[in-house]
Design a protein around this ligand. Structure first.
Ligand code: NAG
Ligand code: NAG
Ligand code: NAG
Length: 569
């Protein structure tokens, strides 16, 4: 068993290696001009194999598959490999591909390669169907489990920002290929942004380029230098925002120049099983959600703990607990009662903000409305002077770009109007003539939870252990609950993991046997009926100064008034 497994892995390895050389043949950039993919295209090989009539037709529109800022530095042995590859191409491949009498076999060869590529499962992804999931999500592994999504024939945009994370990339590619297989190769657009990676990411993006080209999946793979030359002088939230907005650029261009609209944007981070992503898409669509996140789990001393505490807040604005995957129902990650009760039942629950690995965003409720990623600007540049200046207790929160994005989603949704049910008084206050700022009464701080400051965030550095500032939260003149709520959900069945996690054990911890109460029915397992308004305060966890990803974080409780945010627009 172990041997066959190893052999299996080796075969995959050689398969990938050979793909890599194919990539080199096709896209190689050595000075002596190796054969180019154009030679295939001249003979219409791709067209004959994958002929489609879609807006994302890569045969018709060459710009649908682009590479920007390729890393062209010479590798060691580049010339030896280049010579061998060119020799092989010139003597054994080109004559057959271009020869009229052998042309018909090309179609078959390309077809076979595509078949082969579509079965690319990666290392981890191959185990996905064996993992426990609630509601029999994985039991019924037949191909048409998510047929309804495929039949809709919508377009999906996949965003990946890679910052030296080569250990995920092959599996992420496998996940994309599996999604392409289900949803249709010309229903996806893949945007990969290599943000100044210093590991083997640039080689692996060559591999991604080769695979996506052969499969006819539209893409833009782009490598960019960092925003700030010295990483220690960088302000991390701005870098995050910059990276994501660049990864979104094709989405915005396709929309503004060609009116091509995507149904959902899937941000892939870490490792997530393809079925979990498809299910999250379904949760997103049935709830008309602005954003649905998975939950990410990191290994820590033999346990798995919920890790994205920097960017996640429950519907009361509180930080999630750093719970283990096997925690008791009274100590699960979300602290609010409704969220915790639904989490225990493995049902999607509403939050103020989330990111937690792979997440799905509805562009119609966000990017197409002009919302972009942004970050606070009045951070302190510690390369210029020592000591962090004092800021007003209610100064804007200098937190992650995702936290800004969430607040923007809430405010944007609120602009659509008030809740059907709010009182006449509230409506009066919302009239433009009542927009002037009103004095804010004070509210008691909730009792401090000792766990609130305890955790560390695996995305970045441990939080400082400093207690919450004693800034009293406020009672808002116009409660946030009168406005239409942003639909931001966490789907606890969508598990995102990082290196060192035993997926089998994690799945057992989280979902036990996977036998859930069938009485919950088919719709309730996806749909949330009651949506709450935004919290009136939240735990603001901020990086007030430069220092890159690892700059220290401090936290305070900060008020959030949608009424004031709207008035400030
Ligand atoms: C901080 O200051 C240094 C030195 O002037 C500069 O190089 C760097 O870009 C600044 N950082 C940010 C985030 O503006
Ligand atoms: C409005 O209030 C009624 C009665 O309290 C309730 O049944 C209904 O669900 C509410 N609608 C919304 C949108 O909250
Ligand atoms: C759930 O859906 C399946 C198939 O779609 C159906 O057979 C089953 O009866 C449904 N269960 C409930 C409780 O509606």
């Amino acid at each position: 068993m172990a041997l066959s497994l190893r052999r299996h892995t080796l075969t995959k390895f050689f398969f990938l290696l050979s793909l890599f050389f194919i990539a080199r043949i096709i896209f190689g950039s050595s000075s002596q001009n190796p054969p180019s993919v154009l030679e295939f295209q001249e003979h219409n090989v791709f067209e004959r194999v994958t002929g489609t009539d879609k807006s994302l037709n890569v045969q018709k529109y060459k710009f649908m598959q682009t590479r920007m800022g390729r890393d062209d530095r010479e590798d060691i042995f580049a010339d030896i490999i280049g010579n061998g590859v060119r020799d092989y191409w010139e003597r054994f491949q080109a004559p057959f591909i271009t020869g009229a009498e052998t042309a018909h076999t090309d179609v078959q060869n390309v077809l076979n390669s595509i078949e082969h590529l579509l079965s690319l499962n990666g290392w981890v992804a191959a185990y996905c169907p064996t993992l426990v999931r609630p509601f029999g999500q994985n039991k019924n592994e037949d191909e048409d489990a998510y047929d309804d999504l495929a039949k809709e024939d919508h377009l999906y945009y996949i965003g990946i920002a890679i910052h030296s994370a080569d250990h995920f990339l092959v599996d992420q590619l496998a996940v994309i290929v599996q999604l392409a297989k289900r949803l249709g190769t010309s229903n996806l657009f893949v945007s990969m942004l290599d943000y100044e990676s210093t590991d083997s990411t640039s080689t692996l993006t060559d591999l991604c380029e080769a695979v996506l080209t052969l499969l006819g999946v539209p893409f833009r793979i782009r490598r960019v230098p960092g925003m700030t030359e010295d990483p220690a002088a960088a302000y991390y939230p701005s870098e995050e925002a910059y990276m994501r907005n660049l990864a979104l650029e094709p989405l915005v261009e396709l929309y503004s120049k060609r009116e091509i609209k995507f149904h959902r944007v899937i941000w892939i981070k870490g490792f997530t099983c393809p079925n979990d992503i498809l299910e999250t898409l379904r949760v997103s669509i049935t709830n008309e959600a602005a954003m649905v996140c998975g939950m990410d789990w990191a290994e820590s001393g033999g346990h798995f703990i919920f890790s994205d505490r920097w960017r996640t807040r429950d519907i009361h604005g509180d930080q999630f607990r750093q719970s283990t995957s096997s925690s008791k129902p009274d100590a699960v990650p979300p602290r609010d009662e409704t969220g915790a009760a639904r989490y225990v039942k493995h049902l999607p629950f509403q939050v103020f903000c989330c990111e937690a690995g792979t997440h799905v965003v509805d562009p119609a409720q966000s990017y197409y409305k002009g919302i972009r990623y942004r970050a606070g600007e009045d951070f302190h540049n510690s390369s210029l002077s020592e000591g962090v200046p004092q800021r007003a207790p209610d100064a804007p929160c200098l937190d992650s770009t995702q936290a800004w994005f969430c607040r923007d989603l809430w405010v944007s949704k609120a602009r659509e109007g008030v809740h059907e049910n709010e009182s006449e008084d509230d409506r009066q206050q919302l009239r433009p003539d009542a927009q002037e700022k009103q004095p804010l009464a004070r509210r008691q701080l909730p009792p401090t939870d000792p766990d609130a400051n305890a955790g560390s965030d695996y995305d970045a550095m441990p939080d400082s252990d400093q207690p919450l500032d004693s800034l009293p939260a406020v009672r808002l003149a116009v409660p946030n609950s009168v406005y239409q709520p942003a639909r931001i959900l966490v789907n606890p069945r969508c598990v995102t993991t990082y290196a060192g996690v035993s997926h089998t054990q994690l799945a057992l911890d989280l979902f036990g046997t996977g036998e859930d109460d069938e009485a919950q029915g088919n719709t309730t397992k996806y749909i949330l009926d009651d949506w709450e308004g935004a919290p009136e305060s939240f735990v603001c966890q901020e990086q007030r100064q430069t220092g890159g990803r690892k700059a220290a974080k401090t936290q305070r409780l900060l008020g959030f008034s949608i009424h004031e945010e709207l008035a400030a627009l």
